[in-house]
Design a protein around this ligand. Structure first.
Ligand code: TGC
Ligand code: FAD
Length: 392
């Protein structure tokens, strides 16, 4: 990739709403992405390889468990700092942010919230340092938007449980050391199960030929009579609400992350439009391109405000699932639209790996699908305002 010249747009001087700690955390992540992610990410995406070399750096900037208490190795930060870290990482690449989201909100969060003290001590410090990597298995081949229909199951065998079933589309599955897997017990109640690499009957083949999120590794989780020690069950919450609670935290991070991808596309397109001469003047001086750029900065600014407010509510434990859905849906849609418009501003150059836009655009096709599709989030808002579920 050519030099990373990113300058973050802040049209409404929203930095004034951030504390000194927020700015420190955000700037450290921003500098790290410029230094360690931008130079390598295009090649990683082209080769469809997750760049494992950045794992220790992710841990150092606090991206693994930003809000997990320091006694468990986390960074002990607030929810706005968490969001800002996700924003900066996704400014680099959604796939890298995916790894941080999964590790923090889908693996560390359930162990912290639903696990016992022994499980917290065993896993959290190593997950925070990147010594262990995790994944989260909820989606199945026949149950995506409707995870409550899952068929993966555990059977009580007295001394241990027997786990059978399969999960699909799982970020980081091919190399994860520990998988947080959701499975039904004999009573049909959903339980969280900690599956470790090396357990007999457990495999995690990689999913190939993705056009999206190429710098993130995706795979299946296959369980064929896997013996699960009883101490590997998360004891403190069960039912569908347990995995959905993790999703609230991850979707919140994605709402911030999508702003990062949008900011990168806008900033790239603005710079290009000012430099690119056609018909003897910069294309930035044409009304059509100004319309695109003006609408982009308007939408980014609205998303920044929405998300900052959500962060305040989240810090006060007042953010609802439906508010988080609205922000995830709005911001990812905003980002994918901006990526498409920015790509057009770059003309043919926009389709090359010289610029980050096409990669962001393709990545966002996954982001708009995972953690609840664009449609599902609309239905969550619909249900919240009408009181009537339109899912079933
Ligand atoms: P429903 O009847 O509404 O709810 C079942 C139970 O769950 C409770 N609940 C929640 N609890 C905590 N947090 C939430 N956000 C909750 N939402 C609901 C609810 O109160 C109820 O509790 P109880 O005690 O009465 O049983 O469930 P439903 O079956 O009608 O489904 C609702 C729906 C469609 C919204 C839900 O299934 C859904 O969100 N579907 C989307 C699935 C999804 O988002 N999958 C994501 C998989 S993980 C992923 O994509 C990771 S990508 C990672 C990366 O790379 O970044
Ligand atoms: P489906 O549920 O089959 O939906 C297909 C279409 O139907 C969608 O447009 C949907 O909006 C629509 N639809 C579904 N139900 C309704 C309804 N009631 N009303 C109207 N429209 C509806 N999952 C994990 O568990 N862990 C992970 O780490 C993970 N990582 C992922 C990484 C990538 C790159 C991708 C692409 C996915 C990942 N997922 C993961 C899976 C993701 O969460 C699911 O793909 C998503 O929840 C949608 O499920 P589905 O693909 O089966 O689509």
């Amino acid at each position: 990739m050519s030099q990373d010249l990113f300058q973050a747009p802040d049209y409404y001087q929203l930095d004034e709403l951030l504390t000194e700690e927020h700015l420190l955390v955000r700037n450290a992540a921003r500098e790290w992405v410029k230094r360690e992610v931008s130079p390598i990410i295009e090649e990683a995406a082209q080769q469809a390889k997750f760049p494992k070399s950045i794992i220790s750096g992710l841990a150092e900037i606090g991206a693994f468990g930003p809000y997990i208490p320091e006694e468990y190795g986390g960074a002990g930060l607030d929810q706005i700092s968490y969001g800002l870290i996700m924003q900066e990482i996704e400014r680099g690449d959604s796939g890298v942010r995916s790894t941080a989201s999964v590790q923090s909100s889908l693996v560390m969060y359930p162990i912290w919230k639903y696990g016992n003290e022994a499980q917290r001590q065993k896993y959290l410090p190593k997950l925070a340092s990147g010594e262990l990597l995790g994944c989260f298995g909820l989606t199945e081949p026949d149950h995506g938007s409707n995870p409550g229909g899952m068929t993966t199951n555990i059977k009580d065998m007295g001394d241990y449980y027997l786990l059978n079933g399969a999960k699909m589309w799982i970020s980081n599955a091919p190399f994860a050391d520990v998988a947080v897997v959701w499975a039904k017990n004999e009573e049909g109640r959903i339980k969280g199960v900690l599956v470790e690499r090396g357990m007999a009957g457990f495999s995690s083949p990689e999913t190939h030929n993705k056009w999206s999120l190429r710098a993130s590794s995706t795979g299946e989780l296959i369980f064929d009579n896997v013996k699960i020690p009883k101490e590997n069950i998360l004891p403190n919450k069960d039912g569908l609400g347990a995995p959905l609670g993790c999703l609230d935290s991850a979707r919140y991070g994605i709402a911030w992350g999508a702003i990062g991808a949008a900011m990168d596309c806008y900033d790239t397109a603005l710079r290009y439009a000012k430099e690119r001469i056609q018909f003897d003047k910069p294309i930035a001086g044409t009304q059509l391109q100004q319309k695109k750029l003006a609408e982009m900065i308007t939408e980014i600014t609205k998303a920044q405000l929405l998300t900052w407010r959500l962060g305040v509510l989240k810090n006060e434990n007042r953010a609802t699932t439906a508010q988080i859905s609205m922000a995830k849906r709005n911001n990812v849609d905003m980002a994918i639209h901006i990526a498409r418009e920015a790509r057009q501003i770059l003309g043919a150059m926009g389709i090359t790996g010289e610029y980050s836009i096409m990669r962001h655009m393709m990545n966002l096709e996954s982001v708009i699908t995972y953690e609840g599709t664009h449609d599902i989030h609309l239905l969550i808002t619909g249900m919240d305002i009408t009181g009537i579920s339109a899912f079933k």
